[in-house]
Write a protein that binds this ligand. Sequence first.
Ligand SMILES: [Fe+2]
Ligand SMILES: [Fe+2]
Length: 359
Amino acid sequence: MTKENRIEKLLQNFNNANLQPLWTLESDIMPHVPKPKSIPYLWKWDEIYQLAEEAGELITLDRGGDRRAIALANPGLGGMPFATETLWMAVQWLNGKEVAPAHRHTPQAIRFIVDGAGSYSTVEGDRVYLEKGDLVLNPPLLWHDHGSDSDERAIWIDGLDIPLTRYLNANFFEHNKNDVQEVNTIRNFSLLKYGSGTMKPAWEREKPVYPLMSTFKWSRTEQALLDLEKSGASSPFDDIALEYINPLTGNPVMKTFSCWIQMIRPGVHTQAHQEVCSTVYFVFEGSGYSVIDGVRFDWKKGDLFVIPNWKLHEHVNTSSGKRALLFSINDRPTMEALDKYREQAYTENSGHQEVKSIF
Ligand SMILES: [Fe+2]
Ligand SMILES: [Fe+2]
């Protein structure tokens, strides 16, 4: 038997014994740089809205389904309802006077209100009324239900770490025996107590992992953006960008992912860079485009788009007079906790990628 024949036989025997030799695998399982399966992609708001509206007419909220949520399914992920390998993002539609029943789960969750005067979220018995631009937190295993006192529909986006939790086989989910939690505090309690974000009740000493207020109100968020703009400080890669934090610890609001709000000022074209984290963007206001891995993605209000790990990206506000506001979630806290985060600026061509195609 020649050496080649013996090697072939050896590989066959490995296979029969459910073993795999590293020397045939290396570039697959330990590539030189991250090779995500998720791809840069953009979902148009007009299309999402039309489908969500129809779902609002046709689909009722029953136990089991619980939420009329429509997930972004990245075409690179083989039909899985995930925006990236770690992040879930969905658009949720709640009809007027409707209730999304109480449940709790281990995935960490946030919602960013697109539109929804008169709607509320009750988290662990604390009910807060919601307006456009509010960020609501659902830390793991806290009971939450949503409802609306208004006749108008509410619409928001949901961000969760479902894919990561699933990969880790760590998912638990429970229905509450009641559809609607009993509310045992005054309206907007956690917001009134902790909502300033810069001060706390003086007699409390705890430093909880998750923020104690369930909601970050848009009016304060917008003021923070305007103040940062006024300060003259900005990021070359993200312009006027703020990360939502737990005011008692300074850490991101969730352990596995972070929430950002950023303003790209009129005419600003940021520098390109790449990062070991994936990001899902929601265009809250304005219009412009992002170049991701050499492809130009034009976006406007309501659109959602994904930047997978290690893909070069830069953002442009094409308007000469109007700001663009982007809300996003990213899994950077997971990468940092596991010592895997890296970032690299693109230095060629004055920091701007060559646009090879348009999405
Ligand atoms: Fe939930
Ligand atoms: Fe970035």
